[in-house]
Design a protein around this ligand. Sequence first.
Ligand code: TMP
Length: 212
Amino acid sequence: NCTSDNPRGALVVLEGLDRSGKTSQASGLLSYLEGQGILAELWRFPDRNTCVGQMISSYLSNKSELDDRTIHLLFSANRWEKRTLMESKLRSGTTLIVDRYSYSGVAFSSAKGLDIEWCKGPEKGLLAPDLVAYLDVPPEKAAERGGYGGERYEQLEFQKEVAQHYEMLHDLTWKTVDACLPMEEVAKQLREIVMDCIANCQKGKPLTELWQ
Ligand code: TMP
């Protein structure tokens, strides 16, 4: 637990379908926070720089085949390998803006037909986000946005399934932002909910774990 002299950072997760604008919004948000003098870093999952991340990257670019449960566990392991660092950053006062997290893990794998509770299992004990900002865009709209990059999951029918599975994951930390609004409006709404969340963490909101 932190004291008022040592306020912790906030764990802010951005979620949404492929092409929902998460990555652009995440970097805009980081610049904004830095401009406000807030210590912040941008993270993303999968983190393709680790050995596990390279296996994931090869799977996503269709260079390797893996069983659905195997890839699910690799995505999860990729978060576990960053957990210690994540906790120490947060406790030392750095806010983390994380582009995708366990919610992607569960939504994408359960969209393939895996049991949702089974999918949540390996995520239990990871740090719970203080805010999940869901950039909501209809799958058809996302598909029209400059095309997909050709990775494994970037197909309209599959993204429709993912959208439905994301809906099953709404919890108290979840805030939906209409990602069809102009970029600047989305950015403004994000800034508001994120600043609110950072303030709550500074006031002593405890750091908790996922899905216990
Ligand atoms: P990216 O495009 O944000 O790098 O994500 C790569 C793909 O991996 C994207 O289609 C979502 C998917 N994904 C999962 O299936 N499980 C996960 O745990 C994560 C983080 C991403």
